[in-house]
Structure formats: structure tokens, C-alpha cells
Design a protein around this ligand. Sequence first.
Ligand code: CA
Length: 240
Amino acid sequence: MRNQPGVLIVEDEPAIAELIAVNLRHNGFRPTWAMDSASAQRELDDVLPDVILLDWMLPGESGLVLAKRWRANPRTKQVPIIMLTARGDESDRVAGLDAGADDYIAKPFSTKELLARVRAVLRRRAPEQAGGPVAMGDLLLDSSTYRVSFRAQMLKLGPTEFKLLHYFMNHAERVHSRSQLLDKVWGDHVFIEERTVDVHVKRLREALGAEAGSMIETVRGAGYRLTAQSILPQAQQVNA
Ligand code: CA
């Protein structure tokens, strides 16, 4: 189950962090926990989560300072942030939203509400990912369940391969350069080399198997294209 959305919890109180993490895990998310700003920054430098749950009152730098910094950074500015805080005043809510938070939850909160808000920011930020199934021939991808199948057989894809296939299927029959793919699929290419795309395309083809994998064409000197052409016409020619 590696296709689950990642949620970074930045919270200095272990009991609250644990409660949130357990609930996220039970509801199909992949939580990671950072207890202060330095470890949160390390987590972000390592891998970008799909959502950040950010406590306002942290030892050292406050959540507000972190939200402002992450919003100003091109690498992290797209990651949705939900501020968690005991402060419920309107002026504080405004300060949180002004700092770039996408949403705001006052403690104590219900875990149901928290989950609903996490899902809501994911839908707003990535409308394509919240969409229903996309089909191309016998290849089927369902972003609501994070499932991919070919001829009704389930396939196992890593999270990046899933995102890559999702992008290809929503933009099929078009050639995408490596740098475009980094931009659209990874969301940033500050720390990523273009050959990383080749590695993940290779993994995606392997995960899809020979037949479905051949739908992803390498276009020499240009990039990659997902096409339905490569399977069907060839099969028909053989029969003709
Ligand atoms: Ca706190």
C-alpha cells in the first residue's frame, strides 16, 4: 500500500501526534511525524508530503513562521498546509491563513473533522487526483482507490509511478519532455535530475507488464508519450 497520500504531522505533543497518526493510518494515509521545525524541514527536504498538518505553537520556530517560509519556497509552496492550534480567535485564524495555510483547525478537534479537512485540501489542490477512474483501452486507473488494473488484473505501482501514470492517462497521445514531467508529476525539480524520470518510466513499464508497458513510448529526443496505438493496430495486423 505505497500509493497512499503522505501527511507530515508537525506537532510537539506526542499524544496528539500519535492520535492523529493512528487515525490517518486507519483511513488510508501515510503519516510521518516531526516534533520540531528542524526535523520538519529535514522531512520536507527528503520527500514532499501531500499535506502538512502544522501545529502553531512549537518549540523554537512557530508554525506560523514555518508556513510563511514553506509558502515562499518554490519547492514547497504547492503543498497544502492545515494549521492546528489552540488559538481560535478570528485574528489568529486570519494570521494563519495570511501566512499561507490552506485551512485551520482549532484544538480540541474531532478526528473526523480533521480527516474531512485533509481530504478537502487534497481535492482542492489536486482536482485530477480526486477524480474517478480513467480508462485507456484495458488499462484502468482509479485515483479514489489508488488502484490500477490491466485486463481486470490488479497491478502494483509505487507512488511516483502511480502519479506518472495518472498524468500520462489524463494527457494521453501527447509527447511530454522530461522537464515537463518533472514539473507536472514531481511538482518541483530543484533537487531532481532529469534521468530520474527515465528511472521511474522504466519502473512504470515493468509494473504495467510487457503489453500495457508498451503503451508508453519513448519519443527520441523529445520525451515520452502514452498511446493506445502501440497495442491494438499491431495485434490487428497480426490477425490480418
Ligand atoms: Ca504545540
